[in-house]
Design a binder for this molecule. Structure first.
Ligand code: GDP
Ligand code: GDP
Length: 436
């Protein structure tokens, strides 16, 4: 199911990042007394009334040296584009300013629900000051205090009340959702076009309410696929779309909705630091991953070259050793037929369940072959294992003392499980649990 997205908008210094941090439940971005301080994180998960959602702090998208009003207008536009519900934040101590009215005008033209939050209402006596904010035209203003954590419950009740119906957000389980991530110009849009124009692909353009208008749906041999849009693919134009933070935000949003993430690398230019950062997001999110080396037409291609490139990728992306590598050209369509089978396999493995008895046969064989080591005179005892989750597959391993289960032994068990069940394309997780 897709999670709802909430964006916080408002002019600088009203307290957006303070609230963002509070809702995120941990201090993850920097708040200082100077406005416009750089924030390291602008997208995070939160939860209210058992409903998980994501929050964007639009104040964190800074647009070079754009004039003040251009910047806040762009931030409001971004909120309208990306969010299901917008929290419009103003400062209860300063009253309505011209900049607030600018933001209001933009939000008013959109048809997204807006909840008005009046921040810095630090004590009950100040509540009388909120009435002037009715004139902004967004109904009842919610008084809050970011510093003291007041009023957030009522605000969140209102926000959650505007979330789209759950039924609208359910995505078909059988359909494989995938996204393409990679730095600008790596060939994301070219590859989407190439996939949609392939033989035996039936492209449908039914714009369901559950889908972003820019997602592309197609069917191949009775399997439905949805390509989730990322920044590189939509038509460019808005100023904020050129900022790095925005492209990261789009990538995170797309990754989150994906079953499989294609990490694109440019064969012409090789691997750069940014590629690793981007791939790291997909890995951390526990998604199935296929590494795609695009622009393979620019390389004098032979087996040796492919081996060299594979070695280079493996050396740079140690943690992605489970991800298959596909070499292709979006431009000439060379080898493009190898991509969908790789996506399919990764997706199947991501959702795969192993029966407990079969799993334990493998674990017991592994133990016999390589008995658990002793640590401080104590020996690890592995009792049994069971799969506790899919997407990605996760295994609980019951042991006498989790402290005795070292990283290297977890790694050993993971390798055995992979050898036995072939989890190509998906990360798997192993959690030691105590059972005496
Ligand atoms: P942003 O630019 O909108 O993200 O604003 P910040 O979150 O960086 O906050 C700007 C300043 O207002 C900081 O000095 C905060 O400590 C302060 N601030 C935030 N929330 C409150 C509040 O509820 N009451 C008071 N008195 N100050 C606050
Ligand atoms: P995006 O920014 O990641 O969406 O990249 P684009 O799809 O816009 O492609 C960037 C540039 O790379 C364009 O000039 C494409 O024609 C070119 N390109 C894309 N795929 C290939 C490929 O497989 N081979 C070659 N030689 N060029 C490609």
């Amino acid at each position: 199911m897709r999670k709802s997205v909430v964006a916080i908008v408002g002019r600088p210094n009203v307290g957006k990042s303070t609230i963002f941090n509070r809702l995120a439940g941990e201090r993850i971005s920097i708040v200082e007394d100077t406005p416009g301080v750089t924030r390291d994180r602008i997208y995070t998960e939160a939860e209210w009334l058992n409903q998980p959602f994501n929050i964007i702090d639009t104040g964190g998208i800074e647009i070079g040296d754009a004039p003040f009003l251009v910047e806040i207008r762009e931030q409001a536009e971004l909120a309208i584009q990306e969010a299901d519900v917008i929290v419009f934040m103003v400062n209860g101590r300063e009253g309505i300013t011209g900049a607030d009215e600018e933001v209001a005008k933009i939000l008013f033209r959109s048809n997204k629900p807006v909840v008005l939050a009046v921040n810095k209402v630090d004590n009950p006596e100040m509540r009388d000051q909120i009435y002037e904010f009715y004139s902004l035209g967004f109904g009842e203003p919610f008084p809050i205090s970011g510093t003291h954590g007041l009023g957030l419950g009522d605000l969140l009740d209102a926000v959650v009340g505007h979330f789209p119906e759950r039924a609208e957000m359910v995505e078909d389980e059988e359909t494989i959702h995938f996204s393409l991530i990679g730095r600008p110009n790596v060939g994301k849009s070219s590859l989407v076009n190439a996939l949609l124009n392939q033989d035996r692909v039936i492209v449908s353009d039914v714009a369901g309410t559950t889908r972003d208008a820019v997602d592309s749906t197609f069917t191949r041999e009775d399997q439905d696929f949805v390509i989730i849009d990322t920044a590189g693919m939509r038509k460019r134009g808005k100023v904020y779309e050129t900022t790095e933070k925005y492209s990261i935000l789009r990538a995170l949003k797309a990754i989150e909705r994906s079953d499989v993430v294609l990490v694109l690398i440019n064969a012409e230019e090789g691997i750069i630091e940014q590629d690793k950062k981007i791939a790291g997001y997909a890995h951390d999110a526990g998604k199935a991953i296929v590494i795609v080396v695009n622009k393979w037409d620019t390389v004098e291609s032979d087996e040796k070259k492919m081996k060299e490139f594979t070695d280079e990728i493996r050396a740079h992306f140690l943690y992605l050793d489970y991800a298959p590598i596909v070499f292709l050209s979006a431009k000439t369509k060379k080898r493009i037929h190898t991509l969908l089978p790789a996506i399919l396999t990764a997706s199947e493995n991501h959702a795969k369940r192993i029966q407990t008895n079969v799993l334990n046969d493998v674990i017991m064989d592994a133990l016999a072959m390589n008995p658990a080591p002793t640590y401080k005179g104590q020996r690890l005892k592995v009792l049994y294992a069971t799969q506790v989750a899919v997407k990605p597959p996760a295994f609980a391993v019951f042991v006498n003392d989790p402290e005795l289960m070292h990283f290297s032994y977890v790694r050993f068990l993971e390798n055995r499980i992979r050898e036995a069940f072939g989890f190509t394309g998906t990360p798997i997780k192993i959690f030691p649990r105590r059972r005496s």
